[in-house]
Design a binder for this molecule. Structure first.
Ligand code: SF4
Length: 346
């Protein structure tokens, strides 16, 4: 897995170990963690197998920074003996030089002084917190079981202890508006997070959100609306120098199985569509400063790995810009001197 950071591709690999629903007594309305991760059961042997598959793969990139990443549940809520066993297992790979550190995801209310002190004894580098929203109204409607203050406190505790902090937030939760989501992104930026993941809400079978949808109490967000809202969040993150390391869930078979995903913001190219919408905002902000462009021919140069995002699916950005500014022609080219979201207009 490669992450996008500052718009450029990092040589960073997460070695994912899914710990489905372990340690989490909660039932957030949107969560069917077993379904999302595609793993129904879990054991230490499973964890070892997942790690071995990556570190001993003949295709393994030995130069990449590799973190053993406990995803899928609330890691710091796992009963202590198993949590410690998992940390020790991961540490053994780090000590042999097969991994560079440990990454884990957890709930904000499962961060305490005691937990920070345990994690500090191991090569834990990165803690991902499921913030989801900094609106208590949205948290309550989603039955998250914690408050926005819990999240702020946890983010500060993680940073103060010297870990890298990744905030995970959602778009389109019950009662959530774009204003709530921009407020959440602002809070994550203010807490000096090192990155953010943005997950537009999808509706899974066997979740309370699914029942709410059937009862008309929840209106799922469409991929189009999600991309427009995410583009605003990407723009805000960009202005705050906050790297966005993922948009949308990973594709897995369970997302497409009959009893998996049912509605909401899922599209195989959702991340690409969101980044394209973000680029459109960037381009408009620049072109707006250039006076009357009617009848002119414009060329936009971008980094090589950003070309398809800049042009947009089915040339959507090219079409929008040509229409909006009455251009005679618009072209997109790559420039080796540009990286990330940099671009130039001529
Ligand atoms: S805290 Fe995480 S694992 Fe637990 S129910 Fe909520 S989303 Fe699922």
């Amino acid at each position: 897995m490669t992450d996008i950071k500052d718009g450029s591709i990092l040589k960073h690999i997460n070695i994912p170990v899914f710990v489905p629903h372990l340690g989490c007594p909660n039932d957030c309305v949107f969560c069917n963690q077993r379904r999302i991760t595609g793993h129904e059961t879990f054991s230490i042997e499973d964890a070892k197998k997942s790690i071995d598959e990556v570190v001993f793969s003949p295709n393994a990139d030995k130069h990449a920074e590799r973190e053993i990443a406990f995803f899928g549940g609330s890691f710091t809520g796992i009963e202590r003996p198993l949590m410690t066993e998992l940390l020790e297992l991961a540490t053994s790979y780090c000590e042999k030089g097969l991994a560079s550190g440990i990454r884990l995801s957890t709930r904000p209310d499962y961060i305490s002084d005691e937990i920070i002190s345990i994690l500090s004894k191991y090569p834990v580098k990165t803690i991902e917190l499921g913030i989801q929203s900094l609106s208590d109204r949205v948290l309550s409607a989603s039955k998250r079981g914690h408050t926005a203050d819990d999240s702020i406190r946890a983010m500060h505790a993680v940073k103060t202890a010297g870990f890298d902090l990744i905030g995970q937030m959602m778009v389109g939760l019950p009662l959530s508006t774009l204003t709530d989501e921009l407020y959440t992104m602002t809070g994550i930026c203010d807490c000096k997070a090192d990155g953010v993941r943005i997950y537009p809400t999808v509706v899974f079978h066997k979740t309370e959100l699914y029942d709410m949808m059937l009862l008309g109490k929840y209106q799922p967000i469409s991929p189009k609306e999600a991309s427009e809202r995410v583009a605003e969040l990407l723009y805000l993150a960009y202005k705050n120098d906050l790297p966005v390391i993922r948009v949308g869930l990973c594709e897995s078979e369970s997302l497409h199985s009959e009893d998996g995903l049912t509605a909401g913001a899922f599209h195989p190219a959702l991340g690409e569509i969101c980044f394209s919408a973000f680029f459109l905002k960037l381009f408009c902000a620049r072109l707006d400063t250039l006076g009357d462009l009617s009848g002119r021919s414009v060329t936009i140069s971008v980094a090589r790995n950003m070309l398809s995002k800049a042009i947009g699916q089915k040339r959507s950005n090219a079409i929008s810009l040509k229409e909006k500014y009455s251009l005679s022609k618009i072209s997109f080219v790559t420039d080796e001197n540009l990286s990330g979201y940099e671009f130039s207009v001529s």
